[in-house]
Design a protein around this ligand. Structure first.
Ligand code: HAM
Length: 426
């Protein structure tokens, strides 16, 4: 049974955005849009409701258990999207004949996942997605990462605050093959290994045993994950392994892109989504307190899996929750922007029309102006507007109209300047 206080809260895991939270969200969205455009990505969007079947087939295994699903009145199974990637694959496959590949697309999508609530995890979040589809070149990995790093820069976050850990599922696959594990078992092995740290090693052993990997082999896989450099991993493979060349080339192009210093090779980065096949990466705060800020990777088969031509893509998802936590922790979240540059008030009904005219004139000049809706005492007006975040305030009384002057007060310095009423009333 819900009492009145629970009725006032949003459903568990969902968020209300009051103006201060909305100001931060707006800043983040502006930064995301600007960084995507600077890097030449085009914006797209889709409906938040997707067919359950597509999501079940294409979302990562972990996510499938978290889908908010429902039946419509015609008994179609639908769902609130938990991520954007299956929808992107569907949209590209549907128009592949008329699109010019590679495409570089971005969106800011609200996503819903019924997750266990922890710090940085909600049941609804906004996720900036950047994807380049239709090229195998790892320059694309560097480009999506470059745009995300550009956005982090614009938010005041740099190598002091976070690093990007990366690996390659292709490379890990080659390492698994070197232990005698057949390729058919690699994908389930990745998902089992991704759970390391979240469930105990004995449970992972059981998951791998179901894939025919014996205990001894599991131990050797765990040893692989602790190889702490690319050279150490390379020593286990033949020098001309394509997966190794891919990672080396990625490091080269990333360095040229100016993001090399943020990258850390880490074989334990696997990611929970089953569609990744190549380089995978995740950004973490250096203090190690938060979950991943953003993550992504290459997917070779996703488009073919939804009925399109086999085209490889790479992309990332960057949520609004973790980065907001990080900005708040570092005191970089900033202040709410405030609603107006100028607040206008008046004493009596007789001054309302001059107030409205002045507001309209300033808006034509491009200023943000908030005009009072009713007369109020000077004390009430100045008390109210001093908390509004506006830079200036004008209070109009009968004497001002009679003198033909408006007193514009700077709310920070308390200085006043007079301007002729005529200048804003024509
Ligand atoms: P993901 O790692 O599941 O990847 O999510 C990407 C980012 O979304 C996370 O790093 C985090 O910032 C945010 N995020 C995810 N779940 C939540 C949650 N419950 N609450 C708050 N934030 C969350 C994907 O979704 C892939 N589809 C990304 C991608 C795009 N890969 C290729 N293209």
């Amino acid at each position: 049974m819900s009492d009145e206080s629970t009725m006032l809260a949003p459903p568990r895991g969902m968020r209300d955005f009051y103006p201060p939270e909305m100001a931060l969200r707006r800043r983040l969205f502006d930064v995301w849009h600007a960084a995507a455009r600077r890097a030449g990505f085009e914006e797209y969007d889709a409906c938040v409701v997707e067919s359950l079947d597509l999501l079940k087939r294409k979302a990562g295994e972990e996510i499938v258990d978290q889908i908010y699903a429902f039946q419509d009145k015609s008994e179609r199974w639908l769902a609130l999207r938990p991520e954007m990637t299956p929808t992107l694959a569907r949209m590209l496959a549907a128009r592949e004949g008329s699109l010019t590949f590679p495409v570089k697309w971005y969106t800011i999508a609200q996503c819903f996942r019924y997750e266990r609530m922890t710090r940085g995890r909600k049941r609804e979040h906004y996720q900036w997605n950047l994807d380049i589809v239709g090229t195998d070149a790892v320059a694309a990995e560097a480009q999506v990462l470059g745009a995300a790093v550009d956005a982090m820069d614009a938010l005041g976050l740099d190598a002091r605050h976070y690093a990007v850990r990366f690996s390659s599922r292709a490379l890990l696959g080659d390492l698994l093959a070197s232990l005698g594990i057949a390729p058919a078992h690699h994908a389930p092995a990745f998902l089992a290994l991704d759970k390391r740290g979240k469930i105990d090693d004995a449970a992972i052993e059981r998951l791998l045993a179901a894939e025919g990997v014996d205990r001894d082999c599991t131990r050797r896989i765990f040893d692989l994950l602790s190889l702490d450099s690319l050279d150490a991993a390379a020593a286990r493979l033949s020098a001309d392994a394509p997966s190794l060349a891919g990672v080396r080339r990625f490091l080269e192009v990333a360095a040229a892109q100016g993001i090399g210093e943020l990258l850390r090779f880490d074989l334990s980065v696997i990611r929970g989504l089953s569609y990744y096949t190549g380089i995978v990466f995740e950004a973490f705060d250096t203090a190690g307190k938060l979950r991943a800020i953003f993550g992504g990777g290459r997917y070779d088969r996703l488009l073919a899996d939804v009925g399109g031509k086999p085209r490889s893509g790479v992309g990332l998802g960057f949520g609004d929750v973790v980065v907001a936590e990080l900005l708040t922790d570092l005191a970089l979240a900033g202040q709410a922007a405030g609603g107006a540059d100028i607040e206008v008030g008046f004493m009596e009904p007789a001054q309302e029309l001059p107030a409205i005219r002045a507001g309209a004139a300033w808006r034509r000049e491009g200023k943000r102006v908030s005009v009072a809706c009713q007369p109020e005492k000077a004390k009430v007006f100045f008390g109210r507007v001093s908390k509004s975040g506006a830079a200036e305030a004008v209070y109009i009384g009968p004497d001002d109209v009679a003198a033909g002057l408006l007193r514009v007060k700077n709310l920070a310095t308390r200085e006043q300047r007079d301007i002729p009423l005529r200048s804003v009333s024509d």
